[in-house]
Design a protein around this ligand. Structure first.
Ligand code: TPU
Ligand code: MG
Length: 562
């Protein structure tokens, strides 16, 4: 007889795949399961203030640690978590959402249950989860649990997408088989050798026929475990290398080939010019959406580009699947001929940027000065995490030193993501210096998760940019709904500290006050520091204004008559 129960089986599997933490909100349907998870000593249970935050924290943890998990209660908990799970799908991050569910005798027994819609069908949560996960399983029998748990975890790890596992409250403690070797869950996929060869040949031919090829990297470089292989290809090709904003940090900005952030008209200086000058774009792990193409104004010409994704390579006249991206890039790097034409041209056209000077006197704070001071803080062990809003644009043009990382949720773009995601990231990578930039409007969604940073003594540095409203929305389409109630954000830290916390809240409105606050933050190692930076309502990046106008135009296209 195996000594395992469904709950301890799940705990063992989560520990085997390397999880050191999981995020939880308790409820009567998951309490026994939480006990079982607590028994697994290799993993720590981390409380979240609510399930939305738990899901964003697990997503942030997956960014830092490769995979994340959160455990919630049925329906009321799981439905709240689905926003973060949809985000993990959009951002290609493996997050395991586990929900405790009603007693296995209840479905089909004509019982009405709490936390449900008051009907007899309890399958709706799994059905809803199916749309935002790559695998959603509901266990209704302990003997089936090992198979279904493995199926879901394997799918998450292979596809780098979230999954959903439902475990009835009376089965968490029910006996089941012992876990087998972990390699059943983690064995990587391999390319079909003949298809790999064909894709390499077709791409070599495409590149050979171009005089001025350029590389463009996207966020799926990370989810496809292809950052190292992309770098090898960049070294071999020797051409200019541009990155979509969501891939910032996935290729070193100190690399000789780095040509900046590609975002159409609002690309970093010289980057859009070199992309337009090139006669062939080799896109790797990219995602082209209305946002990343600046309202469909900047998309590579399909006839002049190759797109290589996690399992597919597509170009003019060819389309291969069943290929592992990193294997493809490495095979290509070994065969490709160097062509540095775009890099040489980029070096000619690149505007020489004078470092912005520190203001000589104390002056009212503006967003450019915030960016300048944040830039000075970045070092090899920093991670800069930026929220939807002008924080995106404040962060994406900063220079990352070698080793520094950048986190952005530009595909899903849910405001409220950054604070719980920063918490999850800090739990997953406590050795990194985490700096978050967030607007006042976004902060109001999930502010309470700062309390969890205080609880665990995490020295996260938060720049809260208080421009008194939803400025990004103002730039897209203004109205009275873009004004919000102001809060005393810095004072919140005192409330969250209560009797035992070491969080620090500081309010600044001038350049000197900001510099002094940053010094105080560096001395506060036992908890987070929130610096509330007060700026004018209309003080935003010119890139936000241009991008917002383009997105607004794309949104406003009249319906096409069919
Ligand atoms: O820099 P700024 O002022 O734009 O940032 P802040 O203050 O954080 O305001 C963000 C405003 C915003 C909204 C209201 N950005 N996107 N939205 C729309 C939105 C609404 N709800 C969710 C969950 N996500 C969204 N992106
Ligand atoms: Mg704002």
């Amino acid at each position: 007889m195996s000594a395992y129960s469904v709950g301890s089986y799940l705990a063992a599997r989560l520990a085997q795949i390397g999880l050191k933490h999981h995020f939880v909100v308790p409820g009567d349907y998951n309490l026994v399961l939480l006990d079982k998870l607590l028994e697994q000593k290799e993993m720590e249970q981390v409380g979240s203030c609510n399930e939305l935050n738990a899901s964003f924290s697990a997503e942030g943890y997956a960014r830092a640690h490769g995979v994340g998990a959160c455990v919630v209660t049925f329906s009321v908990g799981a439905l709240s978590a689905l926003n973060g799970i949809g985000g993990a799908y959009a951002e290609s991050l493996p997050v395991i959402l586990v929900s405790g569910s009603p007693n296995s005798n209840d479905p089909g027994s004509h019982h009405l249950l709490h936390h449900t819609t008051g009907t007899y069908d309890f399958s709706y949560v799994r059905q809803m989860a199916e749309h935002v996960t790559c695998c959603a399983v509901a266990i209704d029998d302990a003997e089936e649990a090992p198979y279904l748990i493995d199926k879901a975890i394997r799918a998450a790890l292979l596809q780098k997408k979230p999954v959903y596992i439902e475990i009835p409250c009376n089965l968490a403690d029910a006996p089941c088989a012992a876990p087998g070797p972990v390699s059943a869950l983690t064995r990587p996929e391999m390319s079909d050798p003949a298809t790999l060869q064909a894709a390499v040949d077709a791409t070599i031919q495409f590149l050979g026929a171009r005089k001025k090829p350029i590389l463009l990297g996207g966020s799926m470089l990370r989810s496809a475990d292809a950052e190292g292989a992309f770098r090898k290809l960049a070294d071999a090709l020797g051409c200019a290398v541009s990155l979509q904003p969501a891939a910032k940090g996935m290729f070193p900005e100190t690399h000789a080939g780095f040509a900046g952030i590609a975002l159409g008209e609002v690309s970093s200086p010289g980057c859009n010019d070199i992309l337009n000058w090139a006669d062939g774009t080799f896109c790797v792990g990219t995602l082209f959406t209305d946002y990343s193409t600046v309202g469909w104004t900047a998309q590579p010409d399909a006839l002049q580009s190759v797109q290589a994704g996690p399992d597919r390579v597509q170009g003019p006249g060819f389309d291969f699947s069943g290929i592992v991206l990193s294997e493809f890039l490495i095979a290509l790097a070994a065969k490709v001929k160097a062509n540095p034409t775009t890099l040489h041209e980029f070096q000619r056209i690149k505007p020489s940027l004078k470092p912005t000077q520190a203001p000589s006197a104390d002056t009212p704070l503006d967003r450019a000065e915030i960016a300048r001071q944040v830039q000075q803080l970045l070092s090899a062990d920093s991670t800069l995490l930026v929220e939807t809003g002008d924080a995106w644009f404040n962060g994406m043009y900063l220079d990352l030193p070698e080793g520094a990382r950048f986190e952005i949720e530009m595909q899903w773009g849910s405001i409220g993501w950054s604070i719980p995601a920063a918490f999850g990231y800090a739990v997953g990578a406590p050795q990194r210096k985490l700096i978050a930039m967030v607007g006042d409007g976004s902060f109001q969604l999930t502010a309470q998760e700062v309390a969890q940073m205080i609880r665990r003594g995490l020295p996260v540095l938060i720049f809260l940019i208080n421009n008194r409203g939803y400025t990004i929305e103002v730039e897209i389409h203004d109205g009275p709904y873009n004004n919000i109630k102001n809060w005393n954000y810095a004072a919140l830290m005192q409330a969250f500290n209560a009797e035992d916390g070491a969080g620090l809240g500081l309010q600044v409105g001038t350049t000197r006050e900001l510099a002094e606050a940053i010094i105080k933050a560096a001395q506060n190692r036992k908890g987070p520091t929130l610096i509330e930076c007060n700026i004018e309502r209309d003080d935003c990046t010119h890139q936000l204004i241009t991008w917002g106008r383009r997105v607004a135009t794309a949104n406003a296209r009249p319906p096409v008559r069919r």
